[in-house]
Design a protein around this ligand. Sequence first.
Ligand SMILES: [Fe+2]
Ligand SMILES: [Fe+2]
Length: 314
Amino acid sequence: MKKSLFCLFGIFFLFFHFSYSWSDELILVGDCRQASGNENHVLAEKIINDAIQYVQDNSQPPSELQGIILTGDYVSRGKDPAGWESFRSAYSAAFEYPLYPCLGNHDTEVFDLAYKRWNYYETFQKPRWYSVDIGNVHLISLDSDLSWNPLSPELLLEIMQYHWFKKDLRRNAGKFNIVIWHEPAYSSHPAESKGHGSNLFMRHRYVPVCEAFGVDLVLCGHNHWYERTLPIKNGIVSDEGITYITAGGGGANLYPAAVEQQDKLKDKDGNILSAANASAYHFCVLSVSDNTITIKAVQYQTHEILDSFEVQKN
Ligand SMILES: [Fe+2]
Ligand SMILES: [Fe+2]
């Protein structure tokens, strides 16, 4: 009797194991602000709702949407409460899920250590840097606008963030480590375009920490397009490197993609580091299972797959 019960249990286990592959689904969207005169989020609302519907339509139980990662620039002027009201209203369906934001350059206000008064804080109830566990993922959010400048009144905050970041990564080895910040450390966008090339401060100060502590993915916004790099370590392509994604297609005016070879991101020897780049409104879907994250960049409305790749953890 006992034996046949074990057999039955084994058959059920195998059936469910091979019939259902579970994953935690996360949406990634960036740069939903839309400023032409007065702030509005008409397109942003359509894109985020399309993303939520897409995940609901394309994932079978027990996979389900665990939250939405937002890579900054929710409004055009951080100090303007009306812009935030517009954002919250447009994202009302998104607020039904846990939101994991980072602070964009448009979301900041004048220097204010008491960030709890900020519209950003009131909207998300999240500080300038934080970490959170979402199933197999340890997600860390940083503020890329805190620069190490001896003349900056925010210097102390930057030092605090930097040391907290190292400590947090040291404590959380083992899971997938995903780090989000707003301004990409690796971007094909031209450096001369006023703060929209690669953010070299983040590259030189935070990327080495990411590399030392086994970060798997860095997700950014700021440049209004989609871009993915090849895995990079020490500035060159490496199997042990980190993949950097820019997902800035959440509603703000798009940038033209870097079509010509000479315009693409390169390493110091001239080898191309950019693996995919598209000028399109889009969202990304991250499907996280035991030891794999599958990332798809999906074009808004057409649902064309702009890019798809996997990150493995042994
Ligand atoms: Fe930005
Ligand atoms: Fe932006």
